[in-house]
Design a protein around this ligand. Structure first.
Ligand code: MTE
Ligand code: LUZ
Ligand code: MOS
Length: 781
């Protein structure tokens, strides 16, 4: 990585332009503790600190709420419930009927019932215990199986069909059926949910929210307060991580903070502690996956019938689009001549699950990867070979189950490169040798490809705006609809503006996302932040550049084509201006130096009913090889080496992109190996702190970790500087760790057999799988 350097006077490339590996704009502030997060903001006198009163029942009717004892407690200024909401108690992102505070019924353990506002957090927390709520318990549905049996759904079941799948299945020479349980995942961002609301004059409200989606927070607050959108301003400078957990969930937190601010007339801050964050807010959906697949003797897919059932929790939230994306990734990189895929959004009395990096894609992909592994072991063909035989073709065998053609397929050359770099064949032989010599430790190795669709599955969300001002000293203010959660979006967009106006990066001021600067934005999600906001910012910068160009051409009585922006200067007819001089001259000539930019993704369309269309502008590709070792006596395991080649098109910032790939992979590894959410029989989450919920630490990172960006691979579609989205896709490459663990389990028995291992592959599950493997091998032998 490079830091913007002092540069010489000679003409050259700008510092910090597109493609340069510039460090994150806040990197130093992050490590020095100088970056300001919402909880670091100075608190005005009178600030109210909030604590939630939460349901102890999974499903119950609220008979009465008595707040009198809590109200009388020291420091307490208000105790509010749904009855105090002046507007509508609804913060749904898509549908209807998702209350900010429980009303009439509670639907999960942790459901916010009331909020206590006090002079300190400790006082609010103590008083929360004094709120008396009477419940009448109702029957609860706590699992996917129970929901399927009761047909308890949040949305109508979805079906995606291509070809005569039933006939093709019946005719197939080989057929296997299996079922896979796929666990959820807590986001575990370092900064938990927080909102700080400031009441203004009239009925105005300014809310600082840790959110990926300021516009949705604005809508939620405006609904709950019963005021127009123009009365609510939402600001977010940065999040301490979001990972999808702050796509829809911040609205609840912000609406409650704003409600208190309105009722008390004082600033109000709601910050969830770690336990409350894990108990009160949604996670990655756990899925039940069933597959029934038909294939030929070479392992080529002929047909598939897939069922994806997601645990949605108490309300729909984003479960519909998550299941849609799972269905759109049933294929991963593989061609299905015929297929049916069904999706179920199950309603359960558990916390509402939500977006999480990959957004259903990981659950879709792990299903087909389990099936690939299954086919390979059934036929005795190497799994990587079965995978490659099923890759989408070029110009043929290129239709996805949802009707989009795979036009930018680079799977085969990418795989070739990876297998060579990873010395795959040689290491596979070494793994076999190791296993022949060791009875307790067993190794496994696996390769998997990845194809991930880029764009929100809902076409209307693929739009963005930006606002650029040039000041007369040549400095530039940049604002756009995207939010910063550590992924480097602000930096990438600033690089785009620097590149477009040909000025050094340090001339561009990165500023907090605000709903009054750029309105009606989409969530920063679906990895589209730089694709969308980069284009919108470029549009704004180009408008200003064009005005400056016309102004100078006229001034010098020459052709606009003769005006050249390069290296902080503008050259026209032999005269060289500093960029700042041009800004000052243009101002004096009364030329506007401010512009609003806009972008919408072309080519995409989607039919919700038939589940056919072109939902994705393009695909991001990648592949990974992982080698693991397991201890067959304890189930303990370790990823020893990982090789990745990932496709980011022409990278906007290779340092940031590499960091995204490494981070996503390790987060994915946590999902498939160690992060286990565990609810007890009453529906209470028992893993709600780092003491019981294990995320990967620095020593879980593969000791030999080789990440490469695919080179010379500009996006074939016209994206911002031909780059590709990177935020989510590499998470799914961690499925290769899980596949390698399955390989190690298979290798723990003398007879080659298919493996039965769910996700996450915790030490217990690996141990059971090894025992199961050896037992079945014994039966066969
Ligand atoms: N990287 C960091 N450091 N922190 C995050 O919260 N979120 C991920 C990914 N990378 C995240 C991250 C998710 S879920 C998405 S959708 C993308 O970043 C969003 O940002 P982008 O569209 O700018 O890539
Ligand atoms: N679709 C999608 C969405 O593919 N990714 C998302 O993050 C998303 N969010 C909301 C609605 N649809
Ligand atoms: Mo990312 S799950 O799309 O916020």
């Amino acid at each position: 990585m490079t830091e913007p350097k002092q540069k010489s006077d000679s003409f050259g490339p700008i510092i910090g332009g597109v493609g340069q590996p510039v460090i994150h704009d806040s990197a130093r502030k992050h490590v020095a503790g100088a970056a300001i997060y919402i909880d670091d903001m100075a608190e005005p006198p009178g600030t109210q600190h909030l604590f939630l009163v939460k349901s102890p029942k999974a499903h119950a009717r609220i008979l009465s709420i008595d707040v009198s004892a809590a109200l009388a407690a020291p420091g307490v200024n208000a105790v509010l419930t749904a009855a105090d909401i002046p507007g509508h108690n609804d913060i749904s992102p898509i549908g209807k009927g998702e209350p900010a505070l429980a009303e009439g019924v509670v639907e999960y353990i942790g459901h916010p019932v009331a909020v206590v506002a006090a002079d300190s957090m400790a006082q609010a927390r103590d008083a929360a215990d004094l709120v008396r709520v009477e419940y009448e318990e109702l029957p609860a549905i706590l699992s996917i199986e129970e929901a399927l049996a009761a047909q308890s759904y949040l949305l109508n079941p979805m079906t995606m069909i291509r070809g005569d799948w039933q006939d093709a299945l019946d005719q197939a020479p080989h057929r296997i059926k299996a079922r896979l349980d796929v666990g959820g995942q807590d986001h575990f961002y370092l900064e938990s949910h927080i909102a700080f609301a400031f009441p203004g004059e009239d009925r105005d409200m300014l809310v600082h929210s840790s959110t990926q989606h300021p516009t949705e927070v604005q809508h939620g607050v405006s609904h709950v307060l019963g005021v127009p959108s123009h009365a609510v301003t939402v600001e977010c400078r940065r999040m301490g991580g979001g990972f999808g957990g702050k796509e829809s969930q911040p609205t609840i937190i912000a609406a409650i903070a704003a409600l208190v601010a309105r009722k008390t007339g004082k600033p109000a801050k709601l910050r969830l502690n770690r336990d409350d964050d894990m108990i009160v807010t949604g996670k990655r959906h756990n899925f039940l996956v069933e597959y029934d697949i038909g294939f030929d003797g070479e392992g080529r897919l002929l047909a598939g019938d897939f069922l994806y059932a997601a645990q949605g929790g108490n309300v729909a939230d984003l479960t519909g689009p998550v299941v849609t994306r799972a269905l759109c990734h049933t294929d991963n990189s593989y061609y299905f001549p015929a297929i049916r895929a069904r999706g179920f959004a199950c309603k359960t009395h558990t916390v509402s699950n939500t977006a999480f990096r990959g957004f259903g894609g990981p659950q879709g992909i792990i299903g087909i990867e389990a099936a690939m592994d299954h086919i390979a072991r059934h036929l005795g063909i190497p799994p990587e070979e079965v995978r490659r035989r099923n890759y989408y073709g070029i110009g043929e065998r290129d239709h996805t189950p949802y009707g989009q053609r795979v036009e930018d397929n680079i799977l085969e050359p990418l795989t070739e490169q990876l297998l060579a770099r990873a010395e795959f064949e040689q290491r596979k032989a070494e793994v076999a040798r190791f296993n022949a010599q060791n009875s307790v430790l067993k190794k496994g190795i696996a390769m998997m490809p990845l194809k991930f669709g880029i764009s929100f599955n809902l076409p209307s969300l693929n739009q963005a705006g930006a606002l650029v001002h040039v000041y007369t000293d040549g400095s530039i203010h940049l604002n756009h609809g995207g939010t910063e959660m550590g992924q480097g979006l602000f930096l990438k967009v600033a690089q785009v503006v620097a590149q477009t106006l040909q000025v050094d990066l340090d001339r561009v001021k990165i500023s907090a996302t605000r709903t009054d600067k750029v309105p009606n934005t989409s969530a920063t999600a679906a990895s589209t932040g730089s694709d969308l906001n980069g284009m919108a910012a470029q549009d704004a910068a180009l408008q200003i550049k064009n005005r400056l160009t016309l102004f100078l051409a006229e001034k010098h009585k020459t052709d606009p084509g003769k005006v050249v922006f390069a290296d902080n200067k503008v050259t026209v007819a032999g005269t060289v201006y500093d960029f700042a001089e041009v800004a000052k001259l243009a101002w004096a000539a009364r030329i506007s130096l401010s512009a609003a930019g806009f972008y919408r993704t072309p080519k995409i369309h989607w039919d919700l009913e038939t589940m056919q269309g072109r939902p994705f502008f393009y695909y991001a590709y990648g592949a990974a090889v992982c080698e693991v070792v397991i201890d067959t006596l304890t189930g303990e395991n370790r990823c020893l080496r990982t090789d990745i080649i990932h496709d980011v098109g022409a990278s906007l910032n290779p340092a940031i992109d590499k960091g995204q790939i490494e981070g996503a992979f390790v987060q994915g590894m946590g999902w498939v190996t160690m992060e286990e959410l565990w609810w007890d029989k009453s529906g209470r989450l028992r893993t709600h702190a780092p003491s019981t919920y294990k995320i990967p630490g620095s020593r879980d990172v593969p000791p030999d970790f080789r990440v490469h960006l695919l080179e010379h691979a500009p996006n074939k579609e016209n994206t911002i500087y031909r780059s590709k989205a990177v935020g989510e896709p590499p998470l799914m490459l961690a499925t290769a760790v899980w596949l390698a663990l399955r390989d190690a389990v298979a290798n723990s028995a003398d007879v080659p057999l298919s493996v039965d291992l769910d996700a996450p592959a915790t030490p217990e599950r690996i141990l059971w799988a090894v025992e199961d493997q050896r037992r079945r091998a014994g039966e066969v032998a």
